[in-house]
Design a protein around this ligand. Structure first.
Ligand SMILES: Cc1cc2nc3c(=O)[nH]c(=O)nc-3n(C[C@H](O)[C@H](O)[C@H](O)COP(=O)(O)OP(=O)(O)OC[C@H]3O[C@@H](n4cnc5c(N)ncnc54)[C@H](O)[C@@H]3O)c2cc1C
Ligand code: SF4
Length: 500
């Protein structure tokens, strides 16, 4: 599969090039069950073709089914069935897929196809699904921080004997600096498409023209060697500042000090543990500060593993979660970028052009707005799954439904990531160029996030009032005059009635 492009994949490691054959297929159903961003499809097909080429060079027999091959059935099960007819194997060995949908399909293969199917654990993750379920068992509350500490102990990353390096597990308090435009901003490493990638770009342009997003310019790495060069580039140029400016946003700097490596890690071009070991080495050699190294490693062995654990623990019901019973359709500007809200316009435009937005844009701009406006979380989830090159359901769904929409009622986060314009103004330079005034709380020129923030809290008071982390916020509301409260709610009503 397109996200299994690792030579160390369990099903490759257990196979024998003299006896076994590797099947890879470009499947239309996978590219269209939600209409993925053109750049994502191009990245995956290009990376798959390069990976297949490397396997052949290494002596493997590879059956590679291209998208436009006449007999391509365009479904995984269909391609497996055809391959069985071609080769009459004694059995199938697969590495577990990242999505519930595919796992369910695979589990029926043995019966449907009449031969043994061995589904191996994906050991590129540190925490197997069962191990996460054991960790979660019997806990009143699941919190990433405690899981993360176990992963630190398990891997030995940034440990000083039994204690965390530097005396603290988490240095996030040092990671909240707003960036200034005059700082030096490295850009992610870019790679020119070779002939194989150019062919894929033509294919994607022809077959998926109606999908969201710009295909060109295409600069992603498509091989493990290029992804390793992208990692080197990040480590050298951006990692030292990664922690400090992790939450910052600048309108002319789409990547800031982020790594832009999730695309490669999720597809298998980079091994997550090896990446973390490399980051630790940089710290130990004194080349990056601890807050940067710890912050980065936490995202990978903490958040990335944790959201995967939650996904498998809670699926298949998780996708239906809708704690606030939010029903509004996703506004059109999530596709067109036609909005006067400068922050949203920037985030959606960049998403269309790059198939990338960094975490705070996803969480505090597009995610925050959708939650405040009461958009149906299922539609929000499908949008995130479609528009980002790093999106796979196991990681996207808990981040969207849980972290950003609080649709799971607090399983993933202890309170909703709801914020007024003040937060965006503090962490970005968007507001200076916005038609709305971030300082105005109500009225036609007020930043829409301001009245929507209160409207969201009041609309959902029954569900949120008992949350101790929101007690102070509700006390502030209580202290407001009735006129002020009415102004907020009326302003919000006007904004919401104009959303389409
Ligand atoms: C609504 C929403 C949807 C998201 N959807 C996805 C998604 O589909 N795929 C995805 O990989 N990430 C997703 N994330 C998490 C995070 O935003 C991206 O991993 C990050 O922006 C990728 O960019 P980067 O490589 O520059 O990350 P960096 O900021 O450089 O972080 C380093 C690495 O840590 C990992 N990481 C960081 N945060 C998270 C997280 N919350 N969950 C899992 N891994 C994390 C990634 O592998 C990332 O490459 C989502 C977050 C939100 C709020
Ligand atoms: S004023 Fe409000 S809408 Fe405009 S950029 Fe700032 S936060 Fe976004």
């Amino acid at each position: 599969m397109g996200d299994q492009l690792s030579p160390g994949l369990a099903s490759i490691v257990t196979a024998d090039p003299k006896r076994d054959r590797i099947l890879m297929a470009e499947i239309r159903e996978e590219a269209t069950y939600v209409k993925h961003h053109k750049k994502k499809i191009a990245f995956l097909f290009a990376a798959m073709r390069h990976f297949a080429g490397n396997l052949v060079e290494a002596g493997w027999q590879v059956d590679y089914v291209q998208l436009d091959e006449k007999e391509n059935t365009h479904s995984f099960s269909g391609e497996v069935e055809r391959a069985i007819r071609r080769h009459k194997p004694q059995g199938l060995v697969v590495t577990e897929p990242g999505e519930w949908r595919l796992r369910t399909a695979m589990e029926s293969w043995s019966k449907d196809l009449g031969l043994p199917v061995d589904i191996l654990d994906d050991d590129r993750f540190l925490c197997a699904r069962e191990a996460f379920a054991d960790w979660a068992e019997g806990r009143k509350q699941l919190r990433m921080e405690y899981f993360y500490r176990e992963m630190r102990r398990k891997t030995g990353l940034l440990m000083d004997g039994d204690a965390p390096e530097g005396g603290k597990w988490n240095f996030d308090a040092e990671n909240r600096k707003p960036a200034k435009a005059d700082l030096f901003m490295p850009r992610p490493a870019r790679f020119d498409p070779d002939d194989i990638t150019a062919e894929v770009l033509d294919l994607v342009g022809n077959h998926f023209a109606d999908h969201f997003g710009d295909l060109a310019p295409f600069w992603f790495a498509v091989t493990a060697e290029q992804a390793a060069a992208a990692l080197d580039h990040f480590v050298e140029k951006a990692l030292p500042f990664f922690g400090d400016y992790q939450d910052a946003m600048l309108k002319d700097e789409r990547f800031l000090y982020h790594s832009v490596l999730s695309i490669y890690i999720n597809a298998g071009l980079l091994d997550p543990l090896a990446v973390c070991r490399r980051i630790e080495t940089e710290y130990r050699k004194g080349r990056v500060p601890l807050n940067a190294a710890e912050g980065f490693i936490r995202q990978i062995i903490g958040w990335r593993e944790y959201v995967r654990g939650i996904y498998w623990l809670k699926m298949p019901d998780y996708v239906e979660a809708n704690f606030f019973d939010a029903q509004r359709p996703l506004p059109d500007f999530y596709w067109t970028a036609e909005t006067e809200m400068a922050c949203l316009k920037a985030a959606v435009t960049q998403t269309r052009e790059e198939a990338y937005a960094h975490h705070i844009q996803r969480l505090m701009v597009t995610g925050n707005f959708a939650m405040l406006a009461g958009v149906d979380p299922r539609q929000v989830h499908e949008w995130y799954l479609m528009v980002y090159a790093d999106a796979y359901e196991w990681v996207e769904l808990p981040n969207t439904l849980g972290m950003s929409q609080f649709a799971d009622g607090g399983l993933l986060g202890s309170k909703p990531y709801a914020a007024s314009g003040n937060y965006i103004n503090k962490m970005s330079d968007y507001c200076a160029d916005c038609r709305y005034d971030v300082k105005q709380k109500t009225g036609d020129d007020a930043c829409p996030f301001n009245p929507l923030y209160w409207d969201f809290l009041i609309r959902n008071e029954d569900r949120l009032r008992g949350n101790p982390r929101l007690a102070q916020v509700y006390r502030t509301w209580q202290r407001m005059s009735d006129d002020k409260k009415t102004d907020y709610l009326k302003s919000a009503e006007r904004i919401l009635s104009n959303l389409s």
